[in-house]
Design a protein around this ligand. Structure first.
Ligand code: NDP
Ligand code: X2W
Length: 360
């Protein structure tokens, strides 16, 4: 099949998510990288902020304006939340806008206000193609669940998921969609590499604070990804799901390892659990369910668009344990954006996206 070249601009190109979007777009066979824009670093050579993006080293970061972005077929917004909604409101309807920020992810304005403290900007199709969106029964039908993918084909606005919600939602959704898990006893503890916080200097991210130490943050149900995870799992379950989520910071630049546990319904077996996850993900190119007894490592998915997960039933306490690994910058944001771009333009979903990690 012959495709036309798609011109894609990246706003926030000097940041971590923008840089990762550019790395992936440079390897995409149907994409030409258009404008690269920023804020305080406008006027700087891209090679000075992202020396690893050698083919683009001589490009100069431009000011971020709606007029410049509108000259493209698609734009990746890799800006702080709030900034992307204001900009997106000035962009034409027929331009594909992929927002890596949080502004358009939540459907509930009250949850938005509670966790972000500002006015809700509205809700866009949610960019997690593999997410089961309706309850199904592997025991009665053996059919795969409906997925979020359908809402992304041909879309012109996409809310790219948060990095933690990506691995965590995909880790647990099959169990909820299959009706195997209790909705009110989900506990997640996840460790993230420091690039998850963006490139800005923050006191807790100084090298001497991070190196050789792990630390919790956003403890006590206050992290802003909590409502996003609950929204995704509730959609899969068909009933409200509540989650206790604790993030931690790990001394590594990239990667998330999420340990997700939930109480299983009475009588649920390990075989039923594995069947539900298998049914949900067997045809998904970017989700790897590891064999029994195998567990993912962040190193195995670095730079790849894959979420790798291992699953077990802790029979002693009646809980499913799913450990998921992802690269926060790839499947956790920029890779998901490119995957959604492919769906939006009717390209093969996997085009330009790596499925192998960087090891050792
Ligand atoms: N890092 C990650 O792992 C993930 C990030 N995200 C989301 O992606 C978005 C970008 O994150 P990240 O790359 O980490 O952040 P960074 O802080 O690394 O980069 C932010 C970028 O936005 C630009 N910028 C800041 N304010 C404005 C503005 N008002 N108008 C235009 N550009 C602006 C900055 O430009 P300049 O440098 O010139 O000031 C920079 O290019 C955020 O919404 C984040 O939550 C989502 C999932 C994972
Ligand atoms: C390690 C670290 O600090 N990670 C960030 C998550 C980044 C992200 O995904 O943020 P958005 O939802 O705004 O896109 C955090 O916990 O705030």
């Amino acid at each position: 099949m012959v495709y036309r070249v798609i011109r894609v601009a990246v706003a926030g190109a000097s940041g971590y998510a923008g840089g990762e979007a550019l790395r992936l777009l440079l390897g995409h066979p149907e994409v030409e990288v258009g404008a690269v824009t920023a804020a305080s670093s406008a006027g700087t050579r891209l090679g000075d902020v992202h020396p690893h993006l050698m083919p683009l080293a001589e490009r100069v970061l431009a000011e971020t304006t709606p007029e410049l972005l509108a000259e493209h077929d698609a734009v990746v917004l890799a800006l702080p939340h709030g900034a992307s909604a204001a900009l997106a409101a000035q962009l034409p309807d027929d331009l594909l806008v992929l927002d890596c920020g949080a502004d358009h992810r939540l459907a509930d304005p009250v949850a938005w206000k509670t966790f972000y403290g500002s006015e809700h900007a509205g809700t866009w199709p949610y960019g997690m193609p593999e997410l089961p969106t309706a309850p199904f029964s592997t025991t009665t039908s053996g059919a795969a669940p409906d997925k979020q993918r359908a809402a992304l084909v041909g879309a012109r606005r996409v809310a790219v998921p948060g990095c933690y919600p990506t691995g965590i939602s995909l880790a647990l959704a099959p169990g909820f969609a299959a009706g195997l898990l209790e909705p009110d006893d989900v506990v997640v503890v996840a460790a993230s590499g420091t690039s998850g916080a963006g490139k800005g200097l923050k006191p807790n991210l100084l090298g001497s604070e991070v190196m050789g130490s792990m630390s919790p943050y956003g403890v006590g149900g206050v992290h802003r990804h909590t409502p996003e995870i609950e929204q995704n799992l509730s959609g899969a379950a068909g009933e409200p799901v509540t989650v206790s989520f604790t993030p931690t910071l790990a001394p590594m630049p990239r990667g998330i390892l999420a340990t997700c546990t939930a109480t299983v319904r009475a009588g649920v077996t390990a075989a039923q659990l594995r069947e539900a996850w298998n049914t949900a993900y067997t045809d998904e190119p970017f989700i790897t369910l590891l064999p029994e007894g195998s567990w993912p490592r962040t190193a195995d998915v670095l730079g790849s668009n894959v979420v790798a997960m291992g699953l077990a039933l802790d029979e002693r306490v009646g809980r499913v344990v799913v450990v998921a690994a992802e690269d926060n910058l790839t499947k956790g944001t920029a890779g998901a954006a490119v995957q959604c771009l492919n769906l939006a333009f009717g390209l093969p979903e996997t085009l330009g996206l790596p499925t192998t990690g960087l090891a050792p």
